[in-house]
Design a protein around this ligand. Structure first.
Ligand code: GYE
Length: 306
């Protein structure tokens, strides 16, 4: 039968499955919402869920996957912290006959291919997210010259790579803007604050901060305020995710936009796994479509935020 592509492990239709979810870290609301989404989906999807937390270490995430393989999971859901170090884990899971779905982040496509080395990537279009932030900034920035500091996500992660490409390429089309510094804040609030403090000293004329996620944006707002700046008045802060704190910052006038990146993967993971077990060919990229949050809709969406 052609039901399962050559090389991809088959998955039987069963009432229950032993499912591994190897989380990378739990240091921000996005990660906690994602983990909760898997826990909340488990019962209705028939999952006996084994979850781990790699605490920010790609090496531990690899070891966590290996331990799940040893425990005989039927299916693996993996958000690879970085694009390259998790590739051996992905290949080992497949070699052990375990259908593997990457969720929320992907791996280096030159080294592991969706539909061949793993079933599919479930997640957002990070390039488009960066483009949308740039387009909103171009349309809404009021000053004459936009001096931009960019706070990047985790080095070597797919969202950091692609959110940078999407934003940088789109903003380069408008000569009003210049990116004067771009540095990693590891997707973390406190590191975002620290990096912003340092970059503010080197570039006191910054008037736009683009953060690759809301946690770093909130950290940057703190740094700006400590330095006597007024985010929302003399500095435009823009980012990605759609957390409760970011929507509140928009309502408080401190942030301009956050492009959504949904963490609620549980139901999509269940649906995709069931389609796969039913013999459907899964598209290599199961795309999540995201909204844009601004002052126009932040109040309507904050209650559902995390
Ligand atoms: O934006 C960030 C998280 O991989 C899409 O990772 C995810 C990103 C999300 O730490 O907040």
């Amino acid at each position: 039968s052609m039901a399962f592509a050559e090389g991809l492990p088959p998955l039987a239709q069963q009432d229950t499955y032993k499912v591994g979810f190897a989380q990378m870290e739990s240091n921000n609301p996005w990660r906690i919402a994602e983990s909760k989404s898997f826990v909340d989906t488990a019962e209705s999807c028939g999952w006996e869920l084994i979850s781990t937390d790699a605490a920010g270490s790609a090496a531990k995430q690899v070891a966590d996957v290996e331990s799940m393989i040893a425990q005989g999971i039927d299916v693996l859901f993996l958000p690879p912290r970085e694009e390259k170090p998790l590739i051996p884990a992905v290949k080992r899971a497949q070699a052990a006959g375990i259908p593997t779905f990457l969720v929320d982040r992907s791996v280096d496509p030159a080294a592991a291919v969706a539909g061949v080395d793993f079933v599919a990537f479930l997640g957002s279009d990070f390039i488009k997210q960066g483009q949308q932030v740039a387009e909103w900034t171009i349309a809404n920035f009021q000053g004459e010259k936009g001096v931009i500091v960019e706070l990047e996500g985790t080095t070597g992660s797919s969202p950091a790579n692609d959110r940078r490409t999407g934003f940088d390429d789109a903003i380069a089309a408008d000569p009003r803007f210049e990116i004067v510094a771009s540095q990693t804040g590891d997707f973390a609030r406190d590191m975002g604050r620290q990096v912003m403090e340092t970059l503010l000293q080197a570039h006191p004329n910054v008037n736009i901060v683009y953060a690759h996620n809301d946690e770093m944006a909130i950290g940057a707002i703190k740094a700006l305020e400590l330095a006597g700046r007024k985010p929302g008045e003399d500095v435009l802060v823009v980012s990605i995710d759609g957390t409760r704190d970011a929507l509140q910052a928009i309502l408080d006038g401190k942030m301009g936009v956050t492009v959504e990146s949904s963490p609620f993967f549980g139901p999509l993971a269940c649906d995709t796994m069931k389609r796969y077990a039913a013999g459907e060919t899964i598209e290599p990229w199961v795309q999540v479509s995201d909204r844009i949050f601004t002052i126009d809709n932040a109040a309507d969406n904050i209650d559902a935020a995390y």
